[in-house]
Design a binder for this molecule. Structure first.
Ligand code: PMP
Ligand code: GLN
Length: 378
């Protein structure tokens, strides 16, 4: 059939996970934990099913979960989301991003994405008939507002922000959000704010949500995902928080895309979120993993780039090899036995850099084995 995404291949996550499995490599490619979730959360799913929560929930999501999400966002970020009007439960962050983009951009519109950009933004924008405009970050993966301003045209309709940022592991600052607010207001842009790593911020920094900035929140679709926060990426339950008019537009499409999502997990998440701040400690947990992994790689020729958030560590392998990033990631997987993700897949145009990303959401013994292989091989 003629494809609406003629240039799309197979996503890098599928490619690298398959290659890792084929070669028995330690899979630090695709971002998912190799450890279990809190047994209390798992039990809550069983309890929800036993209690009969197995039919369609309301189109917008289980009310108790929407209330828990609104309460969390408002407590953490000082926002004023209304559970009934402004929160919609989605099939993971991916569907939230997709539907948000479909409802705010259309044919001929331009959407600014910050490169390296998570790989689902570009196809979602193209499927909406719009044009993704890639704006590079600075050399050390900071947001480059001069470049963003230069990319704005009369056709620019929206910008996709991602903080903490996949793949670089950097986090936006308060000044970044203020600058974004100025640009968005000046050019009347929608903001799609991908905050799925909101609870993974290190070294005492705090997450800069669009929800902290009323001017931004008023024009933003804030996207979150429970998969990241509670170590259940396969549940595919997330949410979008947006003011009434934006949420109404979102729900108009959502009702005919998935209608609603899996009931028992929504009840379980609502019950779990009733515990005091169950995300607390997640930042420290991943910071310890980051520190252990970085220390274990110190004996290699990999240059470790800064990592302020997410569960990704990006490295520069220029001192080891001149292979392009995809070739190096494949070589690392098949010859050294550790899978990684090449950053080149997160750009529209070829890059000169020599950077790959490792996921450290892994058991300590998994990370130790990966580091042992890297130390031995590099
Ligand atoms: N945004 C980013 C930046 C991600 O890394 C991911 C997946 N890890 C998603 C969105 C999608 O989240 P979900 O798995 O909940 O669809
Ligand atoms: N978001 C995850 C990552 O960046 C993977 C998600 C997926 O497999 N599509 O690794």
């Amino acid at each position: 059939l003629p494809s609406k995404l003629p240039n799309a291949g197979t996503t890098i996550f599928t490619v690298m996970s398959a290659l890792a499995a084929e070669h028995g490599a330690v899979n630090l490619g695709q971002g998912f934990p190799d450890f279990g979730a809190d047994p209390a959360l798992l039990q809550a799913v069983t309890d929800a099913m036993a209690a009969g929560h197995n039919q369609y929930p309301p189109m917008t999501g289980v009310p108790a979960l929407r209330q828990a999400v609104a309460a969390k966002l408002n407590a953490l970020y000082g926002s004023a989301y209304d559970a009934d009007r402004d929160i919609t439960i989605t099939a993971g962050g991916t569907q939230a991003l997709f539907t948000a983009l479909q409802c705010c951009v259309g044919t001929g519109d331009e959407v600014i994405i910050i490169e390296p950009a998570y790989d689902s933004y570009d196809p979602a924008i193209r499927l909406a008939g719009a044009v993704p405009v890639g704006v590079p970050m600075t050399a050390d993966y900071r947001l480059d507002w001069t470049a963003v301003r230069a990319a704005v045209t009369p056709r620019t309709r929206a910008l996709v922000l991602n903080t903490p940022h996949n793949p670089s592991g950097r986090v936006a600052t308060e000044d970044d959000l203020r600058e974004l607010e100025r640009i968005a207001e000046q050019h009347d842009l929608f903001v799609i704010s991908d905050e799925v790593y909101e609870h993974m911020v290190f070294d005492g920094e705090r997450h800069q949500s669009v929800a902290r900035h009323p001017g931004l929140a008023a024009r933003s679709f804030l996207v979150g995902s429970f998969g990241k926060t509670f170590h259940v990426t396969g549940w595919k339950v997330g949410y979008v928080a947006a003011p009434a008019a934006l949420s109404a537009a979102f729900r108009r499409l959502h009702q005919y895309t998935v209608f609603t999502v899996h009931t028992p997990t929504q009840h379980a998440l609502a019950a779990y979120l009733a515990h005091p701040a169950p995300w607390q400690g997640l930042g420290d947990f991943y910071q310890a993993k980051r520190d252990g992994f970085r220390a274990a790689l110190a004996g290699t020729k990999l240059r470790l780039l800064p990592c302020d958030g997410t569960y990704f560590q990006t490295v520069d392998y220029g001192a080891i090899s001149d292979l392009p990033e995809l070739d190096f990631a494949k070589w690392l997987t098949t010859e050294i036995g550790v899978a990684a993700i090449p950053l080149s897949v997160f750009y529209q145009r070829p890059q000169e850099r020599r950077h790959v990303r490792f996921c450290f959401a892994k058991r300590d013994d998994t990370l130790a084995e990966a580091a042992r292989r890297l130390r031995r091989g590099l």
